[in-house]
Write a protein that binds this ligand. Structure first.
Ligand SMILES: Nc1nc2c(c(=O)[nH]1)N[C@H]1C(S)=C(S)[C@@H](COP(=O)(O)OP(=O)(O)OC[C@H]3O[C@@H](n4cnc5c(=O)[nH]c(N)nc54)[C@H](O)[C@@H]3O)O[C@H]1N2
Ligand SMILES: Nc1nc2c(c(=O)[nH]1)N[C@H]1C(S)=C(S)[C@@H](COP(=O)(O)OP(=O)(O)OC[C@H]3O[C@@H](n4cnc5c(=O)[nH]c(N)nc54)[C@H](O)[C@@H]3O)O[C@H]1N2
Ligand code: SF4
Ligand SMILES: [Mo]
Length: 750
């Protein structure tokens, strides 16, 4: 065993805690929080101990695979694979046009560099449409942020006097740095308050000062009622509304009309508790609010996001410590702009460049001439994670050409014509663009962590930069002639390189589209053998420097133009514990907001807000339960870890149920039930817990994966949640799925 602790990050969720690990051969045997990490400062949760199950999964891919006519796969060499994949996509492009090639992916919780390089392949293919997991959670939220503020907004929970979590269980799912100690601090401080809106008495709700135990799917009523109280009890500062907002009349008229008592009843809430929450928010010096899947993947998804943001937008909790602020973004990952383009078959809205994940099968399983004919899937597993897995598999089988780039033999890879094996996230340079923010009393900062490999790549695998470079070359989109001047300039140093890059790209504009592979091929070699995958970050650092020069200078960097970008890139390349890339005073938030005013009325959503009045809870006796299909637990991490043994206590992932429901059905703790939805049936083990509300049951996310035992025989462990969901149950505006609101019937099994 090596004695050195090596610095990297945990890849199991989006907060990417800095960790230090010890290796024994190719195994990660010890993991601890990295105290020097700029954002996580030594914090890590128990899941980080399990990252070796990812690194050493038994179904890791070690050679490119080609599907045989009988459906089995054969190993091929990389040259053959690249050549045939390029030829396959070319054939589709020549026959149906580049727009028929659909890209799904771009990275998971720990890896976004594949998305940066994948962009070049997409452009080289003339591919137009793409999507990823954000289009089944955050697109509605992004659009609402865009409409209200013109920018994304994030909370500062460490400073907030009142922290509000709506359909979010940060104790388990994190979502911001050092979640658990921060929650404990709020709970322990009598001058601060924790508000949780969740039907389940979650770990977070257990600590809360106010738990609004809302009936599943009725958040729009609950949030409208809180806003109704704020308006009707006149708890809102008129000066703030006049000075900092515009376009409020229509919204305020609708909120003044909210029948608070009635809505509290429909949401199953005590009216006095709702009034207390509204008053507590109104009198707080600062409030931060976090919404997540509990409202995004449920009824009224986009409207919920609107009402959730109004909690802080009408109460003035913007642009100050402890409140909501507009941070910097390295890549614009979280844009909420509506594209002018709509999806080619169904004409669905495209938000932030993403087609709703739920409509993908409809865009394939049709005889419409503009249907998708081919798909490139990278670091996501849509055959498992998109609604209605059976239909998604059918859609993949209907395509003429499917290529998957992954580290493991996933459910999606099994449907591909070619599978390309990537080196793991611990075997190459990697990073994410989620942004890991932190806050002080006077300023807020964004950080970025570029990780160096801690292990050599498994033979037979390549990093995505190299895979995409080869694909773009094989497509003939980038030539020796294109790269020659840049190789020469790179030898003279980064400043010369940056100048030459600008010149070459202005002369050959098509190269701007291929920027990341161009960087990989020409700057990459100067970073040293094995380090090339870091090259796309050079372009990202320079773009960032152009957008936020003042913020970067406040973070301690100096220089003008390309020099500032170079200084930032050098620091990122050198530093293993993350770099503070921007620092802003709180009033910078207002300068990032369009017209420096919040645009309060979103006209598209007002009719839905008003029509809540006429909506009555549907009770279908055939499906009396509400199934939350995909709950985050201590032993879940999407499908990043495939070996069910990583959660030894509950490898299959039990269905959680209230004991009162269980006794009515005649099931015991540990007993088995059949879960039936309008789509399908599945069998599951049951775990009884009174943290679930009667009538509400939950399955974990990321279970039901196929995984080989030591003899190589494959088994499916637990229920794959999307075998039970349907694509049409989705939000009318953003298309986000109702995974948290699946009508279901439960029967006891002998
Ligand atoms: N441990 C762990 N952490 C993770 C992940 C993981 O797989 N495992 N995945 C990461 C990812 S990709 C994401 S997007 C985040 C998601 O993080 P969360 O959104 O926090 O995760 P969930 O548990 O899916 O849903 C949150 C809560 O919604 C509640 N809920 C269900 N129905 C309703 C409802 O009708 N109304 C309200 N108000 N609440 C409801 C559930 O009881 C649950 O407590 O987690 C990230 N972190
Ligand atoms: N029913 C239901 N469905 C859901 C959810 C739910 O709550 N309920 N949650 C939704 C949400 S919020 C999300 S984020 C999605 C998550 O689902 P997906 O978007 O499918 O993402 P992951 O499960 O994280 O899959 C990541 C993939 O990347 C691969 N991978 C890991 N490292 C690398 C690498 O270095 N390179 C490459 N090329 N591949 C790599 C892994 O093997 C895995 O196949 O699921 C969504 N689906
Ligand atoms: S799972 Fe998330 S919170 Fe836990 S250590 Fe990993 S990155 Fe940090
Ligand atoms: Mo997610």
């Amino acid at each position: 065993m090596s004695d050195d602790w090596q610095k990297t990050i945990c890849i199991l969720c989006s907060v990417n805690c800095g960790v230090e690990v010890k290796l024994d051969g190719r195994h990660i045997t010890r993991v601890r929080g990295n105290r020097e990490h700029v954002a996580s400062k030594g914090y890590a949760c128990e899941k980080a101990q399990r990252i070796d199950y990812y690194q050493n999964g038994r179904d890791r891919l070690t050679a490119p695979l080609r599907r045989r006519p009988d459906g089995t796969f054969e190993e091929i060499d990389w040259d053959t694979a690249i050549c045939e994949v390029a030829a396959g996509f070319k054939r589709v492009r020549e026959t149906y046009g580049g727009a028929s090639i659909f890209y799904y992916g771009g990275g998971g919780q720990g890896n976004h560099l594949c998305g940066s390089y994948g962009g070049s392949t997409r452009r080289a293919l003339g591919s137009v449409f793409s999507s990823n997991a954000l289009a089944q959670e955050k697109t509605g939220e992004f659009w609402v942020d865009h409409m209200l503020f013109g920018t994304g907004m994030g909370g500062s929970y460490q400073q907030a006097e009142v922290a509000v979590f709506v359909g979010k269980n940060p104790w388990q799912s994190h979502g911001f740095q050092r979640a658990r100690p921060i929650l404990r601090d709020i709970a322990a401080d009598p001058n601060r308050a924790l508000v949780v809106i969740d039907p389940r008495r979650t770990e977070t709700a257990e600590m809360a000062d106010y738990h609004l135990r809302v009936r599943p799917g009725t958040d729009a009523f609950c949030l409208a009622a809180i806003l109704g109280v704020l308006m009707q009890e006149d708890l809102i500062s008129h000066d703030y509304i006049r000075e900092r907002t515009q376009n409020s009349d229509e919204l305020f008229a609708a909120l003044n009309d909210v029948p608070v008592v009635d809505y509290c009843g429909r949401a199953g809430l005590d009216e006095s508790l709702v009034r207390d929450v509204a008053r507590r928010i109104a009198r707080a010096s600062s409030v931060s609010v976090y919404e997540d899947l509990g409202i995004e993947q449920s009824l009224h998804s986009t409207l919920n996001s609107y009402l959730e943001k109004l909690l802080f937008a009408v109460t003035g909790n913007i642009g100050k410590a402890g409140a909501m602020n507009a941070g910097t973004s390295l890549t614009g990952l979280f844009s909420g702009a509506l594209s002018r383009e709509v999806s080619p078959v169904g004409g669905h809205r495209i938000i932030g460049g993403m087609i709703p994940a739920n409509v993908i099968p409809d865009e394939i399983l049709t005889d419409h001439p503009k249907r998708f004919r081919a798909m490139l899937i990278e670091s996501e597993n849509p055959a498992h994670s998109v609604a209605d897995s059976t239909r998604m598999r059918e859609a993949l089988r209907a395509l003429e050409f499917v290529v998957v780039i992954d580290v493991a033999m996933t459910e999606s890879a099994r449907e591909a014509h070619y599978v390309l094996p990537a080196s793991s996230q611990y075997e190459k340079w990697e990073a994410t663009f989620f942004g890991a923010a932190f806050h002080t009393e006077t300023e807020f900062a964004n950080t970025f962590t570029l990780r160096a490999p801690i292990l050599d790549p498994i033979p037979g695998t390549l990093c995505e930069g190299e895979i995409h470079r080869r694909l773009v070359r094989a497509l003939g989109a980038m030539t020796d002639d294109d790269v020659a001047p840049l190789h020469a300039a790179a030898a003279k140093g980064r400043t010369a390189y940056a100048m030459e890059l600008m010149r070459v790209v202005s002369e050959r504009p098509h190269l701007a589209e291929l920027m990341t592979v161009l960087l990989y091929e020409t700057l990459g070699p100067t970073l040293g053998a094995g380090n090339e995958n870091a090259a796309s970050v050079f372009g990202i650092a320079h773009n960032f420097a152009r957008r936020y020069p003042e913020s970067i200078r406040r973070a301690g960097f100096s220089g003008e133009g390309p020099e500032l970008g170079n200084a930032l890139f050098d620091a990122i390349l050198k530093e293993r514990s993350g770099v503070v890339v921007s620092v802003d005073p709180y009033d910078e938030t207002w300068r990032r907001i369009h017209d420096q005013k919040v645009n309060l009325t979103i006209a598209e959503l007002i009719p839905e807000l008003k029509s809540l009045r006429d909506e009555h809870p549907a009770h279908d006796p055939e499906f009396p339960f509400v199934l939350s299909a995909g709950q985050r637990r201590s032993g879940t991490a999407n499908t990043i870890i495939r070996d069910p043994q990583w959660r030894p206590k509950d490898p299959a992932g039990a269905l959680w149920m209230n004991p009162a429901d269980a006794s009515q059905l005649g099931v015991q703790d540990g007993g088995r039930v059949r879960i039936t939805t309008k789509r399908a049936s599945a069998e599951s083990v049951v775990m009884l817990t009174d943290t679930m509300m009667p009538g509400h049951v939950a399955l974990p996310n990321g279970t039901g994966l196929w995984y080989p035992d030591r003899e190589g025989q494959e088994f499916q462990h637990g229920v794959a949640p999307n075998e039970l969901t349907v694509t049409e149950d989705r939000d009318w505006f953003a298309g986000t799925p109702f995974h948290k609101h699946v009508p279901a019937r439960i029967e006891a099994l002998a």
